[in-house]
Design a protein around this ligand. Sequence first.
Ligand code: C2E
Ligand code: CA
Ligand code: CA
Length: 435
Amino acid sequence: MTDIPVYVADRKSLFNDLEHFITAHQVAGKKLAILLININHFRQINVVYGYESGDRLLQEFVSRLRGLARQQDYIARMGNSEFILVLPEILNQGHATLAAHKLLSSLNEPFELGKSKHKVTADMGIALFPDHATHIVELIQKAEMALMDARRGIKSHAIYADKPIQDEFSIWDIEVELENALDRDEFELFFQPQVYLDTGELYGAEALIRWNNPARGYIRPHIFIPVSEKSGHIHRITSWTINTALRLFSHWPETKTPLKVAVNLSTRVLSDPDLVDSIGGALSIWGTKHEQLTLEVTESALMEEMTSSFLALDDLKTLGLNISIDDFGTGYSSMAYFKNIPASELKIDQSFVCYMLENTMDQHIVKTIVKMAHGFELKVIAEGIENLETLQALKTLGCDIGQGYYLAKPMPQDEFIQWLKNYDASAVRKAITAV
Ligand code: C2E
Ligand code: CA
Ligand code: CA
């Protein structure tokens, strides 16, 4: 086994090494597996605990890898938080899965980060030679695809599958059908409630788009929003979403505190010169007070087009709208821009919320985000709350507002209105505070 450097390997020599493996296996007619391993939240670890802790984590991670690997295995660092492990001469897929299990269980032991110990998780994508590809570049691509499946899925490792989740949709021309869907009025909005964690009172609801396709049933947005962003249909979809959200909002019953409705905005539309006017127009058509509309923009998208996005959001905030930074924590690299974010609230990404009871590092990240946000007078929403214990823990950490399946799933308008009418804030408050 080669010594494993913690610095990122030079691509050319890495690929040379890997090609040698492939050629040797081709000649001998043997199987080989490659595992791509990504340390989750590595960027956040660097930000929260400092780069020195990040470096120490890498060294410890490598030494655990080394401890598990056989003499003939090959390990290299591919990128910031990504490693490749080559298992030569394996007999079957089970061998690779076994290695993945061993590796994952070696992570059960917490790592030293800063002054305390925290559990670190990793995802793994596996591809086999010659089963999945016979060329090294293609083999790595297949492992990358498996890694993406692992990130989306419940298990932390995935083996490349010939039929990835979205295959069914790739043979279907979403782009052409989007045009028809808009003309045939096939989109619907579902609403998911948001609740104040101190009082249990309602804060508002997020509008989430669904495509009710006559042949395929309800299609979730992650399938068609990215296509609509590329094809340009996103502009019509956004205008439909804002107008429909405000129209439906005008029919909600009165509640103790005035509610807000939140709409997701793709960054593609932030560069639209007509955006501010068209939102202003929709607000006046539906008689909505400006402070009752929230626009959610994801943090990572915001970072891609920072200057133009900040300008557009500044204008919208000046109009009196609420700006919410969605999926917060997944894309930040620097605190420097933070004080300039034209936002009124941050939504902590669900990936931190969903494991925060078991994972002390996620808890620490949530705590840090809450503290930082409050320092800048921003409200904090946590989404993806699936049980009471998480709700209680978030309240204890000072989070202001909660959203998630535990409180309610996204619902169509009629069901949502019924839910509002039956909602018992004091029962929720009692449950949250009964720790
Ligand atoms: P998002 O804004 O982060 O929305 C939250 C997603 O998490 C929703 O998925 C919601 O159904 C789901 N969710 C809510 N509570 C829980 C929970 O407790 N556990 C789990 N596991 N999931 C929960 P959905 O509706 O499939 O939306 C996916 C993404 O699509 C949204 O992520 C948003 O980025 C985008 N999207 C939704 N509607 C629109 C829209 O009208 N326009 C645009 N541009 N994007 C939209
Ligand atoms: Ca959102
Ligand atoms: Ca989100």
